[in-house]
Design a protein around this ligand. Structure first.
Ligand code: ADE
Ligand code: ZN
Length: 379
């Protein structure tokens, strides 16, 4: 095991008389016990951080653009801007005070991703960070909706850059990645149709495109206008996800379920609706919970208001995720640590959360079983 070292005992020297023999033996005995305790502490996996890191887990709610750090943004800006951003100017783009401000910051960062090489760089850096956290599989949202709406450019060439990084991550890091094409709901169903149809068109050639989703501002557009598009996407073999109940009440979650969403992003407001809680528990609808995101955007005012623990105790299918780690100053490891430190999840609970992430993934059954076995046997 890495980081282990042998605890060495001082040499025993035979004493000159009985009294010192007794003392020597007693000291040796005491040293033995101390050594045994030290050895136990050193060899036992009591370090919860390393346990979290070693848990094979999946990240199911992660936006590629939201993984771009200020440092990477500086590099991107140097590639393209006539007066490139310095680090403090880049960091300023990551500032926001509420959910609407957060969406604007997300857009500003996305605007700096312009070429296939930019997307490749962002995806490769993301993959490296995921692998360092013990993530073995990620299902990553990419805001195709922002590219179409604000930049009016073709997405496929950019996608090829992401694919290069994905293939490299698989061969060099053993990390698998699926892509979820995300539309911006408040741009409306016509814009979403372009996104979903592009996913359907590309999927036969790129099976890493696993599904579609809607992000953006639920307060402006609910799920219902996307009903037919969701049916069309399902018929094209795409899996269906939706941000739901992040900034609005339980009606946003009912809406997402009603149009066929299989997995829900955030689902923060389900706690206010006992009937909905019952349905989510009974149908074991996976929830992509993102605690730091909810606290930083102000969607959840205080940690003690967050329903994570109550969902888990009610038997809901909870997974932990980081959403936009560079904007929320977090990562998946940290989300597990928050579950442990703030919500009193035990090591076994954390193992269950990791299992949920694998079960709720869109991976084929054989790979899920193989990872779940590794998870079970982890000490
Ligand atoms: N786009 C990126 N992150 C998002 C979030 N948390 N909610 C809605 N849209 C998003
Ligand atoms: Zn999100």
């Amino acid at each position: 095991m890495p980081g282990l070292y042998r605890v060495r005992s001082p040499r025993f020297r035979f004493p000159a008389d009985i009294a010192s023999l007794r003392t020597e033996l007693f000291n040796a005995f005491r040293r033995g016990i101390v050594c045994a305790i030290l050895r136990h502490l050193v060899t036992c996996p009591v370090d919860p951080v390393s346990f979290i890191r070693r848990l094979p887990k999946a990240e199911l709610h992660l936006h590629l653009e939201g993984t771009v750090t200020p440092e990477t943004l500086v590099e991107l800006s140097a590639r393209h801007d006539s007066s490139p951003l310095d680090l403090s100017q880049a960091a300023a783009l990551f500032q926001y005070t509420d959910f609407s401000g957060f969406l604007l910051a997300f857009k500003a960062i996305t605007e700096h991703l312009r070429t296939p090489d930019d997307y490749e760089l962002a995806a490769w850096r993301m993959a490296q960070r995921l692998a360092r956290q013990g993530v073995v599989h990620a299902e990553v949202y990419v805001s195709v909706g922002v590219v179409y709406y604000w930049r009016r450019c073709e997405f496929e060439p950019l996608f090829l850059g992401m694919e290069r990084a994905r293939l490299r991550a698989e061969s060099e890091l053993g990390l698998t990645i699926y892509w979820i094409f995300d539309a911006v709901r408040h741009f409306g169903p016509e814009e979403a149709a372009r996104v979903f149809r592009k996913a359907a068109e590309l999927r036969p050639r790129y099976p890493s495109i696993i599904g579609i989703g809607i992000g953006g501002d639920e307060r402006r557009t609910g799920a219902e206008p996307f009903r037919d598009l969701y049916a069309e996407a399902r018929a094209a073999g795409l899996r269906l996800t939706a941000h739901a109940g992040e900034t609005v009440g339980p009606e946003g979650i009912w809406g997402a379920l009603n149009i066929g969403a299989e997995r829900l992003g955030h689902a923060l407001s389900a706690i206010h609706d006992p009937e909905l809680m019952g349905i989510l528990a009974e149908r074991q609808i996976p929830l992509e919970i993102c605690v730091s995101s909810n606290l930083r955007t102000g969607c959840c005012p205080r940690p003690e208001d967050h329903p994570l623990r109550r969902y888990f105790d009610a038997g809901l299918m909870v997974t932990l995720n980081s959403d936009d780690p560079a904007l929320f100053l977090s990562d998946l490891d940290n989300e597990y640590r928050i579950a442990q430190d703030t919500f009193a999840f035990t090591q076994e609970h954390l193992r269950e959360l990791a299992s949920n992430s694998i079960e709720a993934s869109f991976l084929p059954a054989e790979r899920r079983v193989e990872i779940l076995r590794r998870l079970e046997s982890l000490e």
